[in-house]
Design a protein around this ligand. Sequence first.
Ligand SMILES: C[S@@+](CC[C@H](N)C(=O)[O-])C[C@H]1O[C@@H](n2cnc3c(N)ncnc32)[C@H](O)[C@@H]1O
Length: 270
Amino acid sequence: MSGQSYILGANDHELARLAFQHEVWSGPTRELLERAGVGPGARVLDAGAGPGHATALIRELVGERGRVVALDEAERWRSVHEARIRGAGWSNVEFRVTELERAELHAGTFDVVYLRWVLSFVREPVRVLERLARALAPGGRLVVHDYNHEGISLFPESAGFRAAIRATRAWYARAGGDTFVSGHLPHHLRAAGLEVVEHLPRVLCGGPDSPAFRWAGAFFPHYSQQMVDGGLLAPAERDQFLREWAERERDPDSMFFSPIVTGTIARPRI
Ligand SMILES: C[S@@+](CC[C@H](N)C(=O)[O-])C[C@H]1O[C@@H](n2cnc3c(N)ncnc32)[C@H](O)[C@@H]1O
């Protein structure tokens, strides 16, 4: 692990949560990747790949003639990648443990660099973007898939849920992250020598049985304990949140809206 303190950790809970998260968001992910030019033969860098669910989707899209390199700072994910690569018999997928801030990449070697839910955790996003952009081949695209955390909401409204959201944003921010990074991207991209090609925003929503609702249920009840431990959420607020969340889960008329998740496609500024 790096000197940075990645707040969600690399553990079995996060492995299961990221798998489910990928399932919930795989439609918008595929759409964005295809839009950015990830197709047969493409060379793609999955930066901050975690256990590699997007890596596997990218491999499906680029096929045998393409190439996929997945990077993550967590050694924990190596065995997950290696088992998948071995099981599928892929010869053109590789996983490397590295911090993005220090990744050694050959210049001009990737058609697409993809970061999904990574930049919101990074202390120096411009430094990371600059480094990754150097690895783009002529005509290449850098794609950031991340949050503008506005819009996340639960109905009937819940003061406990609102407290958990406030604490989540503060938790990311205290570790140097930014839950609103999508809104700050034009600045970060410009400072890194890139320019926006297009933004593809998506929101998911639904009732208690919907994938969107269950996705939130895999995050907030679990991680709210760490927010309490870190002094960002009062124990009474967490109790209220858990009680109201359980009530909404039983209420067929309740409704959850995700934050705005935006896929931003960028290219080097000429
Ligand atoms: C929320 S997970 C997303 C994983 C994957 N991109 C996905 O969408 O399933 C964020 C990942 O970014 C990695 N990460 C965060 N900061 C990093 C950094 N500075 N360098 C390398 N990896 C980093 C974490 O280890 C974690 O695996």
